[in-house]
Design a protein around this ligand. Structure first.
Ligand code: NAD
Length: 478
C-alpha cells in the first residue's frame, strides 16, 4: 500500500480526478489517499501561494503527489503553485510522453511517438525579474551545471530503460553561448557515456519546426525549461488533443504527476472533459511506485477504449469515432475494458518500468576564477552614446578604462551606428588597461564616483575568467 497525496484542483480538475481515481482503484491500485485543497479557493482566501502550510506537510510526508490542474488567478501577485511545487520539492525532471493513436485519434502525424524531457527548476522560470529603468525590465535566465547534468542524465537513463534509440537536445546556443551553451556542452559530455544511444543537437527554432512537421524524426528530446514548456504542449496537441498527455515531475525524493493541460474553466462542470491526460499521469505514478502490473492493465484498457471509438468531445470525429461520451462514461468504458488489450494499437508491457535512481550530483573541483572587469548598468535618458561615454569615462580609477557601451546588448560606443535604436538602459564595460589587474575595490570606487557624478547606476555584473577562459559575452558587433 502506498499513501499518496491528491489535489482535485480547479475547473475540470475535480471531474477528471474522480474519473482517474475510479479507474485506477477499479484496477486494484494499492494506494491510500490524503486529499488536500490547493488552487483558486486557497488563493482567493488570501494565501498568495495557493496552498496551506499543513498541505505541504502532507505532500512531503507522502512524497507522491497526484495533482489535477489548477487555476492561477490573473494579476494580484499570485505565484504559480505548479512552478513553486516543482522547485520546492526539487522535481527537476518533467517527462511528457506524446504518442499518436492513429487511426483512432485523428492526427496529421500517424507514427509520432516522442518523449519530451523538460528541465523543471531553472532557466527563465527562476522568476527573478526587475524593472530597472522607465523603459526596461529584465528576467534572469539561470542555467546551472547540476541542473543540466541531472536533466540530461535523466533523459539518457530514461531512453536506456525504455529501449529508445535516440536522444535529441534543443537549445539556442548560437545566441546564448553561456547559458544554452552550457546545456549543450553538458549534453555532449553525458551523451558520450551512452554510446549505444544515438544523440544529436538541433538549434531550437529549426528543431521545433521539424518537430511540428516531422515528429517521427524524434524519439526522446531534452531541453531547458521554457522551450520544454512550449514544445510539450505543441507535441501533445499534434497527437490529436492536449487533453491526451500526462506529465511526471520527478525529484530525488518526491514526485508529482499531472496532466499537461490546464484547468479549462470553460469546460468545467459539464461532464465533457477528457480525463486521459491525468490518467496518463496516474499511469506514470503507478509505474514510479512499483505497481507496474496495475499501470499496464490501466494503459491497455485505455488504449482499447480509444480503439473502440469511445471518445470525449475533444477527439470525437464523425465517421471514425463510434460514441461521443462524457468524462464519467469514458471512465466506465475504461473500467469495463480492464483486463483486455488493444487489438490494433500496440499493447504495453511495463515489466521493466520502475523509478529511475540517478546518482546524486557530485560537485566538480572549483576552477581558477579571476576578475577580468565589470559591466556597470546605467539609467540615462540621453540619446548620444558619445555623451554618455564622456561622463562615465570619469568614473574609472587608475589602471581601469571604459572599453565599450552597449544598449540592449548591441555595441553603441565606440563606433556605434546612428541607426541603432537606444533605450534608457546602458551597459558600460570597464576593464583593466594592459598589464594591470582589477579587484573589487575598483568596482566600489566606480560606483562611488558615479554617486558623486550623479549617474544612476542600476546594477553591476562582474566579468570573470575561469581557468583563463573569458566567461562572459562580448557586445554584439564588438
Ligand atoms: P487549458 O489547457 O486549461 O485549456 C485550453 C483548452 O484546451 C480548453 O479550453 C479546452 O478546449 C482544451 N482542453 C484542455 N484540457 C482538456 C481536456 N482534458 N479535455 C478536453 N479539452 C481540453 O489552458 P488555458 O485555458 O490557457 O488555462 C486555463 C487555466 O489553467 C489557467 O488559469 C492556467 O493558469 C491554468 N493552467 C494550469 C496548469 C496546471 O495546473 N498544471 C497548466 C496549464 C495551465
Amino acid at each position: 500500500m502506498t499513501r499518496i497525496t491528491v489535489a482535485k484542483g480547479d475547473g475540470i480538475g475535480p471531474e477528471i480526478m474522480d474519473a482517474t481515481l475510479e479507474i485506477i482503484l477499479a484496477a486494484g491500485a494499492r494506494i491510500e489517499i490524503d486529499e488536500i485543497e490547493v488552487g483558486e479557493k486557497v488563493y482567493l482566501a488570501g494565501n498568495t501561494a495557493g496552498i496551506a502550510p499543513e498541505s505541504w506537510e502532507t505532500i512531503r510526508r507522502n512524497k507522491i503527489f497526484l495533482k489535477a490542474p489548477i487555476t492561477t488567478p490573473q494579476g494580484g501577485g499570485y505565484k504559480s503553485l505548479n512552478v513553486t511545487t516543482r522547485k520546492f520539492l526539487g522535481l527537476y525532471a518533467n517527462v511528457r510522453p506524446c504518442m499518436s493513436l492513429h487511426p483512432f485519434v485523428s492526427t496529421k502525424h500517424p507514427v509520432m511517438d516522442i518523449v519530451i524531457v523538460r528541465e523543471n527548476e531553472e532557466d527563465l522560470y527562476a522568476g527573478i525579474e526587475h524593472q530597472q529603468t522607465d523603459e526596461v525590465v529584465q528576467c534572469l535566465k539561470l542555467i546551472s551545471r547540476p541542473g543540466c547534468e541531472k536533466i540530461v542524465r535523466y533523459a539518457f537513463e530514461y531512453a536506456r530503460q525504455q529501449n529508445r534509440k535516440k536522444v535529441t537536445c534543443f537549445t539556442k546556443d548560437n545566441i546564448m553561448k553561456q547559458t544554452d551553451g552550457l546545456f549543450h556542452k553538458v549534453f555532449d559530455e553525458i551523451a558520450s557515456e551512452y554510446p549505444e544511444i544515438e544523440n544529436e543537437h538541433w538549434i531550437i527554432d529549426i528543431g521545433a519546426a521539424k518537430m511540428a512537421d516531422t515528429p517521427e524524426a524524434f524519439d526522446v528530446i531534452v531541453m531547458p525549461n521554457l522551450y520544454g514548456d512550449v514544445l510539450s504542449d505543441v507535441a501533445a496537441q499534434i497527437t490529436g488533443s492536449v487533453g491526451l498527455a500526462g506529465s511526471a515531475n520527478i525529484g530525488e525524493s518526491c514526485s508529482m504527476f499531472e496532466a499537461i493541460h490546464g484547468s479549462a474553466p470553460r469546460r468545467a462542470g459539464q461532464n465533457i472533459a477528457n480525463p486521459s491526460g491525468l490518467l496518463q499521469g496516474a499511469v506514470m505514478m503507478l509505474n514510479h511506485i512499483g505497481q507496474t502490473d496495475i499501470a499496464e492493465n490501466v494503459q491497455n484498457a485505455w488504449l482499447r477504449t480509444l480503439e473502440e471509438g469511445i471518445h470525449t468531445y475533444d477527439i470525437f470525429k464523425e465517421g471514425s469515432s463510434k460514441q461521443k461520451v462524457g468524462t464519467k462514461e469514458f471512465a466506465q468504458a475504461v473500467i469495463a475494458n480492464l483486463g483486455k488489450k488493444p487489438s490494433i494499437l500496440k499493447s504495453v508491457s511495463y515489466a521493466n518500468n520502475s523509478a529511475l535512481m540517478l546518482p546524486a550530483y557530485v560537485r566538480k573541483p572549483a576552477a581558477r576564477k579571476e576578475l577580468a572587469g565589470v559591466d556597470v548598468f546605467v539609467h540615462w535618458n540621453g540619446t548620444n552614446p558619445d555623451d554618455l561615454a564622456e561622463k562615465v569615462k570619469k568614473l574609472s580609477g587608475q589602471g581601469i578604462e571604459l572599453t565599450m557601451i552597449t544598449n540592449r546588448g548591441i555595441k553603441v560606443w565606440p563606433d556605434g551606428f546612428n541607426e541603432t535604436f537606444c533605450t534608457d538602459h546602458w551597459r558600460c564595460r570597464f576593464k583593466p588597461v594592459e598589464g594591470t589587474s582589477i579587484n573589487k575595490s575598483h568596482i566600489i570606487d566606480i560606483l562611488k564616483n558615479a554617486l558623486y557624478e550623479n549617474i544612476d547606476t542600476i546594477k553591476t555584473e562582474n566579468l570573470y575568467s575561469f581557468d583563463g577562459n573569458a566567461a562572459y559575452s562580448m557586445g554584439q558587433g564588438q
